[in-house]
Design a protein around this ligand. Structure first.
Ligand code: FAD
Length: 149
């Protein structure tokens, strides 16, 4: 069942995000595909975050977080914030430079969800980057969307 569940989930295509939070001097970022738009009124988003993720206590203490939606070509950024450090990857004001869009959120609710936490955020500000194709994760690898020229 466990292997079948993982295999089924590998067949679900997802955009890649980096969720980040800052409290005092501490700032943490983490790659996440378990992200969704939850509500329009009020504007809410949800993220599934592993209970051991270092970003989680920072997010809880600060009561705020930021979600950067990665664009095609930002594989190294995704790898970096998934624990495989890459040269020249950093956050600027809590966001990934060059992201497709950035959502600045206030922590609305945090629910237990097995070995993860369901993080619900109220979107307080949206920053739009240049439009373009997203970074996609599917079948255990980064993929490209066929994008109209
Ligand atoms: P940390 O080790 O603290 O951080 C991860 C990496 O980011 C480290 O290399 C660290 O050096 C770097 N980093 C952290 N903060 C900064 C900073 N301020 N500036 C520069 N670098 C920094 N896990 C989930 O819980 N939910 C998901 O939806 C999810 N989706 C994933 C999708 C993909 C495609 C991948 C590859 C991984 C996904 N993961 C997900 C796993 C998750 O990204 C890793 O488990 C992550 O390393 C855990 O984060 P951490 O906060 O514990 O780790």
């Amino acid at each position: 069942m466990r292997e079948a569940f993982k295999e089924a989930m590998s067949r679900f295509a997802a955009g890649v995000t980096v969720v980040s939070a800052r409290h005092g001097e501490e700032e943490r970022g983490m790659t996440a595909t378990a992200f969704m738009s939850l509500s329009l009124e009020p504007p809410l988003v949800a993220l599934g975050v592993w209970e051991g993720a270092k970003v989680l206590p920072v997010l809880e203490r600060s009561g705020a977080f930021t979600v950067s939606l990665l664009r095609e070509g930002q594989e190294a950024v995704s790898q970096h914030f998934a624990g495989r450090p890459q040269e020249g990857v950093f956050l600027v004001e809590g966001t990934v430079p060059g992201a497709l869009a950035v959502l600045r959120c206030r922590l609305e609710a945090l629910y237990p969800a097995g070995d993860h936490r369901l993080v619900v955020g109220r979107v307080e500000a949206v920053e739009l980057g240049e439009p373009g194709p997203p970074l996609i994760y599917f079948a255990r690898g980064y993929r490209r969307l066929v994008w109209p020229s």
